[in-house]
Design a protein around this ligand. Structure first.
Ligand SMILES: [Zn+2]
Length: 379
């Protein structure tokens, strides 16, 4: 049967919430177009704004001007490069090793730190403890990545608190977040969500501290969001509440140019060509999981559609790759290993992925707040 796809980006009609206009173009493409059509006119202003936020942080004269969460992947390494070498910020980089951090990522982290003057902290969770947490998340939600995300954020929170760091600069941004608007593949992912998932499980005693500051965190998030909606500069809030910003919301370069800079300036390597998500040994599992939840997609669909929209990949080439892989049941080797280690059968896994109701862990008012934010936020 013919799959109905967006004529521009190839997303299939099987996604919930996808709509097509009279030209066969999907709402995700139209939204992207709408958000970034005027980018060329505003990009100078955005760069200036970025510079102002950074110099605002410097003026506070804290032990560190900013914190960069560093995974060893290209986006976080680029954030570190900008902060240290271009904007000369006193920078603390923070990395999480969830026990599954890949060798290439560790090497990239080492090389990056040797290439710049940032200080660095590693928060390492023992692999067996991590595994226990991931198992709980798999059984309850079908997805362990949100458990790991909380661990990363916890490490960031500890460091910002200890050193009173006013600014966190992430290698993210709406333009490169291919899936943030796709309902099936995102969960709320707040500290309260984390606390609700592990409640009453084997992981609760070991990990409940990850959600310790949840009420103040959620307040901070809302305060930041309200600022964005009203277009107020984050510089004023920074003195009281650490501000998290995504660098690609201010500065944008096509990824191949970024990789060129990183290879030259930060000793970065793409690990034989797979520049996307090379940092975790389990990285293929979440993409495979999505194919179990949504019909007519492959592990590459969202990434490809994002690149097509940015004009960095041709639709024809991506479509060919889609058609070769669609409908194949080929669980990645690391999934098989993970399931074996945790005494979960493949059938059970598929069941957890397809039938877990994650919304029961999401506080309702937080869902409302998130939807409002995505609706009203503009540049
Ligand atoms: Zn589209």
């Amino acid at each position: 049967m013919e799959i109905i796809r967006c004529k521009r980006c190839l997303l299939p009609s099987t996604l919930s919430g996808i709509t097509f206009d009279e030209n066969g173009i999907c709402n995700h493409c139209r939204k992207y177009e709408n958000d970034f059509r005027e980018w060329d006119q505003i990009k100078e202003r955005k760069r200036e704004e970025f510079g102002n936020i950074l110099s605002g942080a410097k003026k506070l004269k804290r032990p560190y001007d900013c914190l960069v969460p560093l995974s060893g992947g290209k986006d976080s390494t680029y954030a570190l490069y900008l902060c240290t070498k271009v904007y000369k910020m006193k920078t603390l980089a923070v990395s999480l090793d969830n026990g599954f951090l890949s060798g290439i990522a560790k090497q990239n982290i080492r090389n990056a730190l040797e290439s710049c003057n940032a200080d660095h902290m590693f928060y390492t969770i023992n692999r067996e403890n991590s595994s226990r947490l991931f198992k709980v998340f798999t059984l309850k939600t079908g997805d362990f990545c949100s458990g790991c995300m909380r661990a990363i954020n916890y490490a960031i929170e500890l460091a910002t608190k200890s050193f009173r760091i006013p600014l966190v600069i992430k290698g993210s941004g709406r333009r490169v977040q291919y899936v943030s608007q796709i309902k099936e593949v995102t969960s709320l992912n707040t500290a309260s969500y984390f606390a609700n998932v592990i409640k009453g499980t084997a992981a609760e005693d070991d990990f409940k501290h990850f959600a310790r500051y949840r009420f103040s965190l959620e307040f901070q998030k809302i305060a930041g969001g309200v600022n964005d909606i009203f277009g107020l500069p984050r510089t004023r809030l920074m003195r009281f509440i650490p501000q998290h910003i995504g660098l690609y919301d201010y500065i944008y370069l096509p990824f191949n140019e970024i990789i060129g800079i990183l290879k030259k300036e930060m000793g970065w390597s793409d690990g034989a060509g797979s520049a996307e998500h090379l940092d975790c040994e389990l990285h293929d599992i979440p993409f495979y999981k999505d194919t179990l939840r949504i019909q007519n997609i492959t592990r590459h669909t969202f990434h490809s559609s994002g690149l097509i929209r940015q004009g960095l990949l041709s639709r024809e080439g991506a479509l060919l790759k889609e058609e070769q892989e669609i409908g194949k049941e080929n669980p990645p080797a690391e999934l098989t290993k993970f399931l074996q280690e945790n005494n979960i059968t493949y059938e059970e896994y598929v069941n957890y992925v397809q039938y877990s109701d994650t919304s029961r862990f999401e506080p309702k008012w937080q869902k409302v707040a998130r939807d409002m934010y995505h609706k009203f936020r503009k540049f």
